[in-house]
Design a protein around this ligand. Structure first.
Ligand SMILES: [Ca+2]
Length: 395
Protein backbone atom coordinates (compact mmCIF):
# COMPACT_ATOMS: atom_id res chain seq x y z
CA UNK A 1 0.00 0.00 0.00
CA UNK A 2 1.30 3.39 -0.98
CA UNK A 3 -0.94 5.69 0.96
CA UNK A 4 0.60 8.68 2.63
CA UNK A 5 0.28 8.68 6.35
CA UNK A 6 -0.29 12.14 7.65
CA UNK A 7 0.96 12.95 11.11
CA UNK A 8 -1.64 13.68 13.71
CA UNK A 9 -0.84 17.38 13.72
CA UNK A 10 -3.03 18.47 10.80
CA UNK A 11 -5.23 20.49 13.07
CA UNK A 12 -6.58 20.38 16.55
CA UNK A 13 -9.83 18.73 15.54
CA UNK A 14 -8.19 16.04 13.50
CA UNK A 15 -5.72 15.43 16.26
CA UNK A 16 -8.55 14.95 18.68
CA UNK A 17 -10.31 12.57 16.32
CA UNK A 18 -7.16 10.65 15.67
CA UNK A 19 -6.35 10.32 19.33
CA UNK A 20 -9.87 9.21 20.09
CA UNK A 21 -10.07 6.55 17.40
CA UNK A 22 -7.33 4.18 18.41
CA UNK A 23 -3.70 4.36 19.29
CA UNK A 24 -2.88 1.57 16.88
CA UNK A 25 -4.85 2.81 13.87
CA UNK A 26 -3.06 4.99 11.36
CA UNK A 27 -5.24 7.72 9.91
CA UNK A 28 -4.78 8.22 6.20
CA UNK A 29 -5.97 11.49 4.69
CA UNK A 30 -4.24 11.36 1.32
CA UNK A 31 -2.58 8.79 -0.88
CA UNK A 32 0.39 8.76 -3.21
CA UNK A 33 -1.39 6.49 -5.68
CA UNK A 34 -4.62 4.64 -6.22
CA UNK A 35 -5.48 1.13 -5.09
CA UNK A 36 -3.25 -1.39 -6.83
CA UNK A 37 -4.79 -3.16 -9.81
CA UNK A 38 -6.22 -6.54 -8.89
CA UNK A 39 -5.94 -5.92 -5.15
CA UNK A 40 -9.69 -5.88 -4.50
CA UNK A 41 -12.43 -8.45 -4.97
CA UNK A 42 -16.18 -8.47 -4.45
CA UNK A 43 -17.70 -11.24 -2.31
CA UNK A 44 -21.41 -11.92 -2.71
CA UNK A 45 -22.95 -12.10 0.74
CA UNK A 46 -26.70 -12.06 -0.04
CA UNK A 47 -28.96 -12.35 -3.07
CA UNK A 48 -32.57 -12.65 -4.15
CA UNK A 49 -33.65 -9.09 -3.44
CA UNK A 50 -36.24 -7.23 -5.51
CA UNK A 51 -34.70 -4.02 -6.86
CA UNK A 52 -32.28 -3.41 -3.99
CA UNK A 53 -31.25 0.23 -3.86
CA UNK A 54 -29.49 0.94 -0.56
CA UNK A 55 -27.72 -0.53 2.44
CA UNK A 56 -26.98 1.06 5.78
CA UNK A 57 -26.69 0.28 9.48
CA UNK A 58 -28.43 1.50 12.62
CA UNK A 59 -25.35 2.68 14.52
CA UNK A 60 -26.63 0.79 17.55
CA UNK A 61 -23.70 -1.61 17.99
CA UNK A 62 -25.86 -4.48 16.72
CA UNK A 63 -23.79 -4.79 13.51
CA UNK A 64 -26.96 -5.45 11.58
CA UNK A 65 -27.26 -4.43 7.93
CA UNK A 66 -30.46 -2.84 6.64
CA UNK A 67 -31.12 -3.35 2.93
CA UNK A 68 -33.77 -1.38 1.03
CA UNK A 69 -35.80 -2.69 -1.85
CA UNK A 70 -37.16 0.02 -4.12
CA UNK A 71 -40.42 -1.95 -4.11
CA UNK A 72 -40.91 -0.99 -0.49
CA UNK A 73 -39.35 -3.44 1.96
CA UNK A 74 -36.43 -3.02 4.33
CA UNK A 75 -34.68 -6.28 5.21
CA UNK A 76 -32.28 -6.91 8.08
CA UNK A 77 -29.16 -8.99 7.57
CA UNK A 78 -27.99 -10.26 10.94
CA UNK A 79 -24.71 -12.20 10.87
CA UNK A 80 -25.40 -12.80 7.19
CA UNK A 81 -28.90 -14.19 7.75
CA UNK A 82 -31.86 -12.36 6.26
CA UNK A 83 -34.71 -11.62 8.65
CA UNK A 84 -37.86 -13.72 8.24
CA UNK A 85 -40.02 -10.65 7.79
CA UNK A 86 -39.14 -7.13 6.74
CA UNK A 87 -38.14 -4.51 9.31
CA UNK A 88 -40.55 -2.19 7.51
CA UNK A 89 -42.84 -2.66 4.52
CA UNK A 90 -44.17 0.47 2.81
CA UNK A 91 -45.06 -1.25 -0.47
CA UNK A 92 -48.75 -0.37 -0.07
CA UNK A 93 -48.14 3.36 0.18
CA UNK A 94 -45.38 3.94 -2.38
CA UNK A 95 -45.71 4.75 -6.08
CA UNK A 96 -47.23 1.70 -7.82
CA UNK A 97 -44.62 1.88 -10.56
CA UNK A 98 -42.03 0.62 -8.05
CA UNK A 99 -43.98 -2.63 -7.74
CA UNK A 100 -43.79 -3.39 -11.46
CA UNK A 101 -40.91 -4.51 -13.60
CA UNK A 102 -40.37 -1.49 -15.83
CA UNK A 103 -37.71 1.12 -15.20
CA UNK A 104 -38.69 3.68 -12.60
CA UNK A 105 -37.00 6.15 -10.30
CA UNK A 106 -39.94 6.05 -7.90
CA UNK A 107 -40.45 3.97 -4.79
CA UNK A 108 -38.51 3.48 -1.55
CA UNK A 109 -35.25 5.37 -1.98
CA UNK A 110 -33.69 6.33 1.34
CA UNK A 111 -33.25 5.34 4.99
CA UNK A 112 -31.44 7.12 7.81
CA UNK A 113 -31.19 6.12 11.45
CA UNK A 114 -31.19 8.87 14.02
CA UNK A 115 -27.73 9.37 15.58
CA UNK A 116 -29.31 8.40 18.93
CA UNK A 117 -31.20 5.44 17.48
CA UNK A 118 -29.80 3.08 20.09
CA UNK A 119 -31.67 5.00 22.77
CA UNK A 120 -34.56 6.72 20.96
CA UNK A 121 -35.41 4.11 18.28
CA UNK A 122 -36.11 6.81 15.68
CA UNK A 123 -35.41 6.44 11.98
CA UNK A 124 -36.49 8.08 8.74
CA UNK A 125 -37.38 6.82 5.28
CA UNK A 126 -37.72 8.64 1.97
CA UNK A 127 -40.05 7.36 -0.75
CA UNK A 128 -42.36 8.58 -3.47
CA UNK A 129 -45.99 8.02 -2.52
CA UNK A 130 -49.08 7.04 -4.47
CA UNK A 131 -49.20 10.48 -6.05
CA UNK A 132 -45.53 10.36 -6.98
CA UNK A 133 -44.70 12.97 -4.38
CA UNK A 134 -41.57 12.82 -2.22
CA UNK A 135 -42.24 12.11 1.43
CA UNK A 136 -39.88 11.73 4.38
CA UNK A 137 -41.46 9.80 7.23
CA UNK A 138 -40.33 9.50 10.83
CA UNK A 139 -40.75 6.01 12.29
CA UNK A 140 -40.04 4.28 15.57
CA UNK A 141 -38.75 0.79 16.11
CA UNK A 142 -41.10 -1.56 17.95
CA UNK A 143 -40.73 -1.29 21.71
CA UNK A 144 -40.74 -5.07 22.01
CA UNK A 145 -38.91 -6.26 18.88
CA UNK A 146 -35.69 -4.66 17.56
CA UNK A 147 -36.26 -6.41 14.21
CA UNK A 148 -39.59 -4.68 13.53
CA UNK A 149 -40.66 -1.11 12.97
CA UNK A 150 -43.79 0.19 14.68
CA UNK A 151 -45.94 1.02 11.65
CA UNK A 152 -48.53 2.66 13.89
CA UNK A 153 -45.99 5.24 14.97
CA UNK A 154 -45.28 7.15 11.76
CA UNK A 155 -45.26 10.85 10.99
CA UNK A 156 -44.73 12.49 7.60
CA UNK A 157 -42.25 15.25 8.35
CA UNK A 158 -41.64 16.45 4.80
CA UNK A 159 -43.64 16.31 1.60
CA UNK A 160 -42.91 17.78 -1.81
CA UNK A 161 -44.91 17.49 -5.01
CA UNK A 162 -42.90 15.95 -7.85
CA UNK A 163 -43.78 17.39 -11.27
CA UNK A 164 -42.42 14.35 -13.15
CA UNK A 165 -41.78 10.74 -12.26
CA UNK A 166 -37.99 10.89 -12.55
CA UNK A 167 -35.26 12.77 -10.65
CA UNK A 168 -36.62 12.26 -7.14
CA UNK A 169 -33.26 12.29 -5.44
CA UNK A 170 -34.13 10.21 -2.42
CA UNK A 171 -31.00 9.93 -0.35
CA UNK A 172 -31.21 10.97 3.30
CA UNK A 173 -28.54 10.84 5.98
CA UNK A 174 -27.48 12.57 9.16
CA UNK A 175 -24.42 14.75 9.02
CA UNK A 176 -21.78 14.88 11.75
CA UNK A 177 -23.65 17.99 12.95
CA UNK A 178 -26.70 15.87 13.81
CA UNK A 179 -28.89 17.46 11.13
CA UNK A 180 -30.80 15.46 8.52
CA UNK A 181 -29.74 16.03 4.90
CA UNK A 182 -32.19 15.28 2.07
CA UNK A 183 -31.26 15.06 -1.61
CA UNK A 184 -33.88 16.30 -4.08
CA UNK A 185 -33.57 16.07 -7.86
CA UNK A 186 -34.59 18.85 -10.22
CA UNK A 187 -38.10 17.42 -10.55
CA UNK A 188 -37.46 15.56 -13.74
CA UNK A 189 -38.28 15.23 -17.37
CA UNK A 190 -35.09 16.34 -19.13
CA UNK A 191 -32.89 19.43 -19.27
CA UNK A 192 -34.51 20.92 -16.14
CA UNK A 193 -37.62 22.45 -17.76
CA UNK A 194 -38.56 24.18 -14.48
CA UNK A 195 -35.19 25.85 -14.11
CA UNK A 196 -35.15 24.28 -10.66
CA UNK A 197 -31.39 23.91 -10.43
CA UNK A 198 -30.71 27.62 -10.15
CA UNK A 199 -34.01 28.64 -8.53
CA UNK A 200 -33.64 28.68 -4.77
CA UNK A 201 -37.31 29.57 -4.57
CA UNK A 202 -37.92 25.90 -5.37
CA UNK A 203 -36.85 23.05 -3.12
CA UNK A 204 -36.05 20.89 -6.14
CA UNK A 205 -32.46 20.46 -7.32
CA UNK A 206 -30.94 20.70 -3.86
CA UNK A 207 -29.59 19.08 -0.77
CA UNK A 208 -31.65 20.20 2.21
CA UNK A 209 -30.56 20.39 5.84
CA UNK A 210 -33.16 20.21 8.61
CA UNK A 211 -33.28 19.70 12.38
CA UNK A 212 -35.52 16.80 13.36
CA UNK A 213 -34.87 17.29 17.08
CA UNK A 214 -36.30 20.79 17.34
CA UNK A 215 -39.86 21.79 16.53
CA UNK A 216 -42.13 19.22 14.86
CA UNK A 217 -42.18 18.25 12.11
CA UNK A 218 -38.75 19.86 11.82
CA UNK A 219 -36.85 23.06 12.55
CA UNK A 220 -34.47 25.10 10.42
CA UNK A 221 -30.89 25.04 11.66
CA UNK A 222 -30.15 28.69 12.50
CA UNK A 223 -26.92 28.65 10.50
CA UNK A 224 -28.45 27.37 7.27
CA UNK A 225 -26.99 29.49 4.45
CA UNK A 226 -30.18 31.13 3.15
CA UNK A 227 -32.18 31.82 6.32
CA UNK A 228 -31.86 35.55 5.70
CA UNK A 229 -32.58 35.38 1.96
CA UNK A 230 -36.29 36.01 1.20
CA UNK A 231 -35.86 34.52 -2.28
CA UNK A 232 -34.52 31.18 -1.09
CA UNK A 233 -36.01 28.39 0.98
CA UNK A 234 -34.56 28.18 4.47
CA UNK A 235 -34.11 24.40 4.18
CA UNK A 236 -31.62 24.62 1.30
CA UNK A 237 -28.05 23.63 2.11
CA UNK A 238 -26.69 23.34 -1.45
CA UNK A 239 -28.24 23.79 -4.90
CA UNK A 240 -27.56 23.63 -8.63
CA UNK A 241 -28.09 19.88 -8.62
CA UNK A 242 -29.75 17.68 -11.22
CA UNK A 243 -30.31 14.42 -9.35
CA UNK A 244 -27.98 13.53 -6.52
CA UNK A 245 -27.89 9.74 -6.33
CA UNK A 246 -26.20 8.99 -3.05
CA UNK A 247 -24.17 11.31 -0.88
CA UNK A 248 -22.05 10.45 2.14
CA UNK A 249 -20.05 12.07 4.88
CA UNK A 250 -16.47 10.94 5.35
CA UNK A 251 -16.70 9.36 8.81
CA UNK A 252 -13.24 10.63 9.69
CA UNK A 253 -13.22 14.17 8.29
CA UNK A 254 -16.92 15.01 7.96
CA UNK A 255 -16.45 16.06 4.33
CA UNK A 256 -19.54 15.65 2.14
CA UNK A 257 -19.04 13.86 -1.20
CA UNK A 258 -21.81 13.11 -3.65
CA UNK A 259 -22.65 11.97 -7.15
CA UNK A 260 -24.84 14.11 -9.41
CA UNK A 261 -26.30 12.23 -12.37
CA UNK A 262 -25.77 14.03 -15.67
CA UNK A 263 -28.11 14.74 -18.56
CA UNK A 264 -26.67 13.36 -21.78
CA UNK A 265 -22.93 13.65 -21.38
CA UNK A 266 -21.27 14.31 -18.04
CA UNK A 267 -21.55 12.35 -14.79
CA UNK A 268 -20.01 14.10 -11.83
CA UNK A 269 -18.58 13.73 -8.34
CA UNK A 270 -18.78 16.77 -6.09
CA UNK A 271 -17.06 17.69 -2.85
CA UNK A 272 -17.94 19.94 0.04
CA UNK A 273 -15.41 20.30 2.87
CA UNK A 274 -16.57 19.69 6.42
CA UNK A 275 -15.99 23.33 7.39
CA UNK A 276 -18.21 24.66 4.59
CA UNK A 277 -20.94 27.08 5.72
CA UNK A 278 -23.16 25.64 2.96
CA UNK A 279 -24.83 27.51 0.12
CA UNK A 280 -22.71 26.01 -2.65
CA UNK A 281 -24.06 26.23 -6.20
CA UNK A 282 -23.09 23.08 -8.10
CA UNK A 283 -24.05 24.57 -11.44
CA UNK A 284 -26.95 22.66 -13.01
CA UNK A 285 -28.49 23.46 -15.49
CA UNK A 286 -26.21 26.30 -16.53
CA UNK A 287 -23.44 23.71 -16.35
CA UNK A 288 -23.30 19.96 -16.84
CA UNK A 289 -20.09 18.99 -15.12
CA UNK A 290 -17.38 21.33 -16.38
CA UNK A 291 -19.29 22.07 -19.59
CA UNK A 292 -21.80 24.79 -20.37
CA UNK A 293 -25.25 23.22 -20.72
CA UNK A 294 -28.11 25.76 -20.85
CA UNK A 295 -25.75 28.66 -20.26
CA UNK A 296 -26.58 31.78 -18.34
CA UNK A 297 -25.64 32.76 -14.82
CA UNK A 298 -24.61 30.35 -12.07
CA UNK A 299 -23.08 32.51 -9.34
CA UNK A 300 -20.10 30.97 -7.51
CA UNK A 301 -20.45 27.72 -9.42
CA UNK A 302 -18.50 24.90 -7.76
CA UNK A 303 -17.18 22.49 -10.41
CA UNK A 304 -17.01 18.74 -9.80
CA UNK A 305 -13.84 17.06 -8.55
CA UNK A 306 -14.29 14.37 -11.21
CA UNK A 307 -16.44 13.89 -14.29
CA UNK A 308 -16.74 11.22 -16.94
CA UNK A 309 -18.65 10.84 -20.15
CA UNK A 310 -20.48 8.17 -22.12
CA UNK A 311 -17.55 5.95 -22.96
CA UNK A 312 -17.34 5.19 -19.21
CA UNK A 313 -21.01 4.91 -18.25
CA UNK A 314 -24.35 6.71 -18.19
CA UNK A 315 -25.51 7.17 -14.58
CA UNK A 316 -23.20 7.77 -11.64
CA UNK A 317 -23.82 6.17 -8.23
CA UNK A 318 -22.08 7.80 -5.28
CA UNK A 319 -20.30 5.78 -2.60
CA UNK A 320 -18.07 6.28 0.43
CA UNK A 321 -14.64 7.30 1.56
CA UNK A 322 -13.33 3.98 2.81
CA UNK A 323 -12.42 4.06 6.51
CA UNK A 324 -12.72 0.39 7.36
CA UNK A 325 -9.95 -2.01 8.28
CA UNK A 326 -10.49 -5.12 6.15
CA UNK A 327 -9.31 -3.57 2.87
CA UNK A 328 -6.31 -1.32 3.62
CA UNK A 329 -5.73 -0.84 -0.11
CA UNK A 330 -8.88 1.33 -0.21
CA UNK A 331 -7.98 3.53 2.76
CA UNK A 332 -8.88 7.22 2.26
CA UNK A 333 -10.24 6.61 -1.24
CA UNK A 334 -13.77 7.61 -2.23
CA UNK A 335 -15.28 4.59 -3.98
CA UNK A 336 -18.12 5.08 -6.47
CA UNK A 337 -19.47 3.48 -9.63
CA UNK A 338 -21.73 3.64 -12.65
CA UNK A 339 -25.15 2.01 -12.88
CA UNK A 340 -24.92 1.34 -16.62
CA UNK A 341 -21.32 0.28 -17.14
CA UNK A 342 -20.60 -1.44 -13.81
CA UNK A 343 -17.28 0.37 -13.56
CA UNK A 344 -16.01 1.23 -10.08
CA UNK A 345 -13.57 4.06 -9.43
CA UNK A 346 -11.48 5.41 -6.59
CA UNK A 347 -11.03 9.16 -6.13
CA UNK A 348 -8.50 10.42 -3.62
CA UNK A 349 -6.38 13.41 -2.68
CA UNK A 350 -2.69 13.16 -3.47
CA UNK A 351 -0.09 14.54 -1.02
CA UNK A 352 -0.60 18.00 -2.57
CA UNK A 353 -4.34 17.55 -1.89
CA UNK A 354 -5.18 17.48 -5.61
CA UNK A 355 -7.94 15.06 -6.61
CA UNK A 356 -6.95 11.96 -8.54
CA UNK A 357 -9.19 9.25 -9.94
CA UNK A 358 -8.65 5.81 -11.39
CA UNK A 359 -10.85 2.88 -12.27
CA UNK A 360 -10.37 -0.03 -9.88
CA UNK A 361 -12.88 -2.57 -11.23
CA UNK A 362 -14.98 -3.20 -14.32
CA UNK A 363 -17.92 -5.33 -13.18
CA UNK A 364 -21.10 -6.62 -14.81
CA UNK A 365 -23.20 -5.21 -11.96
CA UNK A 366 -26.04 -2.70 -12.31
CA UNK A 367 -24.65 -0.58 -9.48
CA UNK A 368 -27.66 0.92 -7.70
CA UNK A 369 -25.85 1.88 -4.51
CA UNK A 370 -22.95 1.42 -2.17
CA UNK A 371 -23.32 0.94 1.57
CA UNK A 372 -21.34 0.90 4.80
CA UNK A 373 -21.62 -1.19 7.94
CA UNK A 374 -20.91 0.03 11.45
CA UNK A 375 -17.22 -0.77 11.16
CA UNK A 376 -16.90 1.19 7.92
CA UNK A 377 -16.63 -1.87 5.71
CA UNK A 378 -17.86 -1.25 2.20
CA UNK A 379 -20.57 -2.94 0.14
CA UNK A 380 -21.96 -2.55 -3.37
CA UNK A 381 -25.46 -3.42 -4.52
CA UNK A 382 -26.44 -4.97 -7.83
CA UNK A 383 -29.91 -3.77 -8.83
CA UNK A 384 -30.51 -7.27 -10.22
CA UNK A 385 -30.72 -8.50 -6.64
CA UNK A 386 -27.37 -9.13 -4.95
CA UNK A 387 -25.22 -7.58 -2.26
CA UNK A 388 -21.41 -7.72 -2.40
CA UNK A 389 -18.70 -6.80 0.08
CA UNK A 390 -15.30 -5.35 -0.84
CA UNK A 391 -12.55 -7.71 0.28
CA UNK A 392 -8.81 -7.95 -0.34
CA UNK A 393 -8.17 -10.08 -3.41
CA UNK A 394 -5.81 -12.35 -1.50
CA UNK A 395 -8.30 -13.53 1.09
CA1 LIG B 1 -22.53 20.27 -11.30
Amino acid sequence: MTATRIAISICAILTAITMALAQDTEIVLSRESGPAAGSIKLTEIASGFNRPVYLTHAGDQSNRLFLLEQSGKIWILNDGARSAQPFLDVSRIISPAALGTGFTEQGLLGLAFHPEYATNGTFFVNFTDGNGDTVVVRYQVSESNPFLADVNNAQVIFRLAQPYSNHNGGHIDFGPDGYLYIALGDGGWANDPLGAGQNRGLLLGTILRIDVDGDRPYAIPPDNPFVDDPNAHDEIWAYGLRNVWRFSFDRLTGDLIFADVGQNQWEEINFQPADSPGGENYGWNVWEGNHIFAGGSAPNHVPPIFEYTRNMGCSVTGGYVYRGEAVPELQAAYIFGDYCSGRIWATWRDPDLNWQTQQIMNTDLAISSFGEDEAGELYVIDYDGSLYRFDPADT
